[in-house]
Design a protein around this ligand. Structure first.
Ligand SMILES: CCCCCCC/C=C/C(=O)SCCNC(=O)CCNC(=O)[C@H](O)C(C)(C)COP(=O)(O)OP(=O)(O)OC[C@H]1O[C@@H](n2cnc3c(N)ncnc32)[C@H](O)[C@@H]1OP(=O)(O)O
Length: 177
């Protein structure tokens, strides 16, 4: 995770785990620590974005291949901790979605106060496409953002929306070129 101060009050927080910013346990820990440190330093707002062409590919599936019970438990704790920290942060949080944002990548964006997204990208929770279902708090985030029925349809079908369709249903707030 890298931090660039745009002024004394606004920080650009970039996920920097090539090639796709898959959320490993370490990346989630680093993100959470970064947000907490900025909160402690009188910063007012952050822009969460990526240093590569993918915003965030969601959870690191490689780390979740044949894990021990202990690892799954600590991974889950880190995931929940990151969500709680970002969602409940006192900072003004803006997601600048500058690449694909599937599954937990979408969760990060929906946990922010405002979402802008570049065109020709995709965002959504596609877990059902590979036999998983998003955790309940992912579901609630989506329902709070786009409405319950729309969320049910998107989540059941594991739909990834284009930037334009995401704007049309309110999943994002602005398209930025
Ligand atoms: C503790 C239990 C938790 C249960 C939770 C259930 C909820 C699950 C939430 C999730 O987030 S699951 C993850 C879902 N993510 C996806 O479906 C995204 C999959 N990836 C893609 O669609 C694409 O990679 C991309 C993000 C659109 C980028 O495409 P691009 O063409 O730019 O790159 P690729 O050539 O596809 O990938 C490059 C490289 O990265 C590896 N990779 C991609 N995604 C992941 C990932 N999520 N985890 C780990 N690794 C990933 C991909 O395999 C390639 O690797 P190499 O072949 O180069 O080694």
């Amino acid at each position: 995770v890298t931090v660039e101060m745009k002024s004394s009050k606004v920080a650009i927080v970039r996920m920097n785990r090539p090639p796709v910013n898959a959320l490993s346990k370490d990346l989630m820990h680093g993100l959470r620590r970064t947000i907490c440190d900025l909160e402690d330093n009188d910063v007012k707002g952050i822009v969460l974005t990526s240093s590569s062409k993918v915003f965030c590919a969601g959870l690191d599936l490689a780390e979740l291949l044949n894990p021990t019970q202990e690892f799954v438990s600590s991974f889950w704790k880190e995931l929940q901790g990151l969500w709680i920290t970002l969602y409940s942060s006192r900072l003004v949080t803006v997601a600048a979605v500058n690449g694909a944002a599937p599954a937990a990548g979408c969760m990060l964006a929906l946990s922010c106060d405002y979402r802008m997204m570049s065109s020709k990208n995709v965002i959504g929770m596609n877990e059902t496409k590979f036999g998983l279902f998003p955790p309940p708090w992912f579901v609630e985030l989506m329902a709070d953002t786009v409405g319950r029925r729309k969320a049910e349809m998107l989540l059941l079908q594991g739909t990834l929306l284009s930037t334009e369709d995401a704007l049309a249903c309110g999943m994002i707030d602005q398209i930025v070129e």
